[in-house]
Ligand binder design. Structure first.
Ligand code: SAH
Length: 385
């Protein structure tokens, strides 16, 4: 196993890889210690599953564009707590092809008279470039995030970009004219290709559009979903709820073992992708719906509807209390919680264990080497009615 990656010259300024100075084994030990401290009271914490080769695992890269003090165009990440851009040309955890595309775009800007956006004056065009690469498919999506839809050199720019990077399969212009930290705006224009990429994960095909959530570490995602599906122990007769389902990855992966899968997700683009993904995989037992997971679950509880197994994979803020209370009311025999924050997970497990669930398995997975983040899968079963 690779012990460390060469230390990064941007370590102090960027702040992205908080654990970078530690050998990989030591990083894993630290994460395991944190998991035990937060979750040990609920049961035995299995040893964290690390990566064989933890470098360049991120298949989604987002670079901010702007001007430095000398008015040179820079691209990279915001220094923590500021809007100063730390220039990044190659990053030790990011996909190398994605990084090269971003550098080439930066070098092309002057020739194509494209100005970068200046946050102070509100003038200029290009704000961010987001690149996503399908791990198995190799398909590459480039999203240019701009402050306006007017892009006079669009055609020659895209032509040149494709000459430099024939691996790019789609280019999208996303328009974001707001002053918020959210990178992507609501409007989009496809400049080249289908506007989505496809990838294969856990033996299923997935279509991913620019604004849909898709895990950034595909190698470990297969490990994570593998565990989640194993814990669900489906026998072919179950009705499964995939809550916070994104593009349907967990539900679709589990669907072969279930009678039916229902997915609920707030982001409408992701729901459209999930519906398309069920079709893409020829699945007739998967349904997806847009909405708040908590409200949906409350609706199920009200109508007396009882799923047999619930997967829940909420964002870092954890699940809502409304969701958890409704889950307890609908009383599925198993719940599989996939969490990207052990603190909110611990908070939510308190509610579920007080409501009649017992934690059976706790499995940490290292989805984000070199950073402090850790992912966990927890199996719970209903012990009282
Ligand atoms: N299970 C998916 C997505 C997990 S990320 C996967 O593994 O790829 C969490 C998802 O929850 C995101 O897609 C986000 O859009 C969605 N989400 C956030 N708040 C939500 C809410 N209140 N109700 C339903 N979905 C929500």
């Amino acid at each position: 196993m690779e012990q460390t990656i060469a230390s990064c010259p941007l370590y102090k300024k960027c702040g992205g890889c908080q654990l970078q100075s530690l050998p990989y084994d030591e990083q894993l030990r630290r994460k395991q210690g944190r998991e035990i401290a937060l979750l040990g009271k609920f049961g035995h914490v299995e040893p964290i599953i690390g990566m064989e080769n933890p470098a360049h695992y991120r298949n989604k890269v987002c670079a901010a564009f702007g001007l430095d003090a000398k008015k040179h165009i820079v691209s990279g990440v915001y220094q923590p707590g500021s809007h100063r851009i730390v220039p990044v040309d190659d990053c030790l955890i990011e996909d190398e092809i994605a990084d090269r595309i971003i550098v080439d775009i930066r070098n092309m800007l002057r020739d194509f008279k494209i100005q970068v956006f200046d946050e102070r004056s509100g003038r200029g065009f290009l704000r961010h470039v987001l690149v996503r690469r399908g791990f198995r498919s190799g398909e590459v999506m480039v999203v240019l995030v701009a402050a306006s839809p007017i892009f006079p050199t669009q055609k020659p720019f895209v032509k040149k970009l494709l000459e430099l990077h024939p691996e790019i399969t789609t280019v999208v212009l996303n328009i974001n004219d707001r002053f918020t930290p959210v990178v992507l705006g609501e409007r989009e224009k496809i400049l080249y290709g289908p506007g989505v990429i496809e990838d294969t994960l856990c033996a299923h095909r997935f279509r991913i559009s620019p604004r849909s959530f898709y895990q950034v570490n595909p190698v470990q995602t297969e490990v994570l979903y593998g565990k989640a599906v194993e814990y669900a122990a489906l026998t072919g007769t179950e009705t499964v709820l995939d809550a916070y389902c994104g593009v349907g990855t967990i539900g679709i992966t589990a669907s072969g073992g279930a009678k039916q899968v229902i997915g609920v997700e707030l982001n409408r683009d992701a729901v459209k992708d999930a519906i398309a993904n069920a079709k893409l995989n020829g699945l007739k037992n998967c349904w997806f719906t847009a909405g708040d997971a908590g409200e949906y679950m409350q609706g199920m509880a009200r109508e007396g509807y009882k799923p047999d197994v619930v997967f829940l994979d909420p964002p870092r803020t954890g699940s809502s209390e409304a969701f958890l209370r409704a889950l307890i009311k609908t009383a599925p025999s198993r719940a599989v919680y996939v969490s990207c924050d052990p603190e909110t997970l611990a908070r939510d497990l308190e509610i579920l264990t007080a409501g009649g669930y017992k934690v059976q398995r706790i499995q940490p997975v290292d989805m984000f080497p070199f950073t402090e983040h850790v992912e966990t899968v927890v199996l719970m079963s209903r012990v009282k009615d």
